[in-house]
Write a protein that binds this ligand. Structure first.
Ligand code: AMP
Ligand code: MN
Ligand code: MN
Ligand code: MN
Length: 285
């Protein structure tokens, strides 16, 4: 049960990835993934396409989403796995969470213009597959295209992050709401890539885990594309400490940008409870 090449986190053109749901399904299958989930940001518009493509390949599939949350003034991502993508409360909650992205994008472009980078709003839009989901990643692609930066990672080091030009504060969903939307839609809520949050102190991180659990959250990503081996060990310990199941996902966005390909990840530690043990009844075959 533990030695499963599950990849339960990635993005398509429906959010900030560059591949279609069908191309991702084929790539996951080709890479040996045995259980797959597409988890677009704040959006389930790709779920039926992903599920159909996976079914045609004989690839077991869990419907998924990655919800942007504001917790203690920080942006945290909560993945939902095994959700019903047509659940009315979830669909409405995600639509509300997506609102405000366009205004934020216009402010980001104004800040970039102030440091001499012109045309960023229209430039970012060229990369947007879903008009409701303009994201920082689309701006990053434009800054690479125009030669301002060498790659998208450099963009996030120099721009678009707190304290840098192009960073606009934004209020996303509340933690309790996101966990409730996922859980009420039949899914399991998962703390995404926990090592990627720049907490001011360890207490804040404990508060996230404790409140997440209190709201009904049941899992944490232990193995993800952006975790070092030390971080994998640290969050395996956190999973045990908080009695959470463990998830595994590449967070793949693009063949040109992502360091970790679909399915190309270390296996979960056999002493952890894999999140798919909680979701056997939600897997689509
Ligand atoms: P947004 O939802 O518009 O705030 O955009 C967040 C997205 O930007 C994330 O999902 C990542 O795809 C991307 N991103 C954020 N920080 C970085 C980073 N340091 N390096 C590369 N991509 C990043
Ligand atoms: Mn992303
Ligand atoms: Mn994320
Ligand atoms: Mn992601």
């Amino acid at each position: 049960m533990r030695i499963v090449n599950a990849d339960l986190h990635c993005h398509s053109i429906v959010s900030d990835g560059t591949l279609t749901p069908e191309a991702l399904a084929a790539r996951a299958h080709g890479n040996g993934v045995e259980l797959w989930s597409l988890t677009d940001h704040d959006e389930v518009g790709g779920q039926h396409r992903a599920a159909a493509a996976a079914r045609a390949l004989g690839l077991p599939y869990l419907c998924g989403v990655e919800i942007s949350v504001t917790f203690a003034g920080m942006t945290v991502h909560i993945v939902g796995l095994g959700i019903d993508p047509d659940d009315a409360q979830l669909v409405a909650g995600l639509a509300h969470t997506r609102g405000g992205r366009e205004r934020r994008a216009r402010e980001m472009a104004e800040q970039l213009a102030a440091v001499g980078i012109r045309g960023a709003y229209d430039g970012a839009l060229k990369y947007v597959g879903n008009p409701e989901l303009i994201s920082r990643t689309h701006f990053a692609r434009y800054l690479v295209e125009t030669g301002v930066c060498h790659d998208t990672h450099e963009v996030f080091r120099r721009f678009l992050t707190e304290g840098k030009p192009g960073y606009v504060e934004h209020r996303w969903a509340a933690l309790g709401d996101a966990v409730r939307w996922i859980t009420d839609a039949g899914g399991v809520a998962v703390i995404a890539h926990p090592a990627r949050y720049a907490w001011a102190n360890a207490t804040q991180e404990y508060a996230l885990f404790a409140e997440f659990k209190a709201h009904g959250g049941r899992a944490v990503e232990v193995v993800t594309g952006s975790h070092s081996s030390a971080e994998i060990v640290r969050y395996a310990d956190m999973a045990r400490e908080f009695d959470l199941a463990a998830s595994r996902g590449s967070d793949f966005h693009s063949p040109d940008e992502s360091h970790t390909d679909l399915g190309a990840l270390p296996y979960l530690d056999g002493r952890l409870t894999p999140v798919w043990e909680l979701l056997a009844h939600r897997v689509l075959h």
